[in-house]
Write a protein that binds this ligand. Structure first.
Ligand SMILES: Nc1ncnc2c1ncn2[C@@H]1O[C@H](COP(=O)(O)OP(=O)(O)O)[C@@H](O)[C@H]1O
Ligand SMILES: [Mg+2]
Length: 235
């Protein structure tokens, strides 16, 4: 369902030097996979996830997602892909602070469904399914950190995306909440979503079926850098 072909991304820093963030990465993901990408800070995890999620153009290479070369499509097609086919979860939740949990989750559905009422109903069902039925009216400041991340996960899946991407989703959680959130991703994967989680923690990565190691913008097998198409040999 997803293929990265020789993807590279370079940034220009404030001293006008070119900094490689991702270098010649290839990766093939099948529908139903649960993959984690583990690497230290600065290894290129967020950059890679943003490129996969139709949020950031690579400098070189192609990203094929469900039959389309996404950076050859128009910005409006990419916006539609992000809204309908990809769910994003962030370390810092990125919830809208002045909205209730219910409205935070309902917003993406309001953009895709004709009826506001249906969107809110679907959001309430989802929050109830994830144990947050008693938190519908609570705003960001009235939720525990674990609840905030569960609300953000509900928001990411409200439009039933084929692919869920999570960028250090347990980075602000204690071990018990980390387990709870990773178990949720496992459950979502079992119910048919393809999931990619990036993390700097091996224990978090271990919840996935397949663990890829990223260092200095290339996949390694854990012992050293490897050649082109390393991802498929790691799998
Ligand atoms: N917008 C940017 N401008 C310049 N350099 C960046 C930018 N974003 C990321 N980088 C650099 O790219 C590298 C990878 O960053 P990132 O993908 O955020 O890594 P990680 O998520 O693994 O911590 C780092 O060296 C970082 O400083
Ligand atoms: Mg990051």
């Amino acid at each position: 369902m997803l293929e990265l072909r020789n993807v590279s991304k370079e940034f220009v820093n404030n001293r006008r030097e070119t900094v490689p963030a991702i270098s010649d990465v290839s990766l093939s993901v099948s529908a139903g996979d649960f993959i984690s990408i583990v690497g230290p800070s600065g290894s290129g995890k967020s950059t890679l996830l943003f490129i996969i999620g139709a949020l950031m153009n690579p400098t070189e290479g192609d990203v094929l997602f469900r039959g389309r070369n996404i950076y050859e499509t128009s910005p409006s097609v990419r916006a539609k892909i992000r809204l309908e086919e990809v769910g994003f979860v962030f370390q810092t939740f990125n919830l809208i602070p002045y909205l209730s949990a219910l409205d935070n989750v309902a917003v993406p559905a309001m953009l895709t469904m004709n009826s506001r009422k249906d969107a809110v109903e679907r959001a309430a069902d989802l929050l109830e399914r994830f144990g947050l039925g008693a938190r519908l009216d609570h705003r960001f400041s009235e939720l525990s950190v674990g609840e905030r991340q569960r609300v953000a996960i509900c928001r990411s899946v409200i439009n039933n995306p084929a692919l869920i991407l999570a960028d250090e989703p347990t980075g602000n959680l204690d071990p018990a909440m980390t387990h709870e959130v990773m178990a949720l991703f496992q459950e979502l994967n079992k119910s048919g979503h393809t999931v990619i989680v990036v993390t700097h923690e091996e224990e978090v990565a271990a919840y996935a079926q397949r663990v890829l190691h990223l260092r200095d913008g290339v996949f390694t097998n854990g012992t050293g850098s490897c050649e082109r198409d390393c991802a498929s040999t790691v799998a």
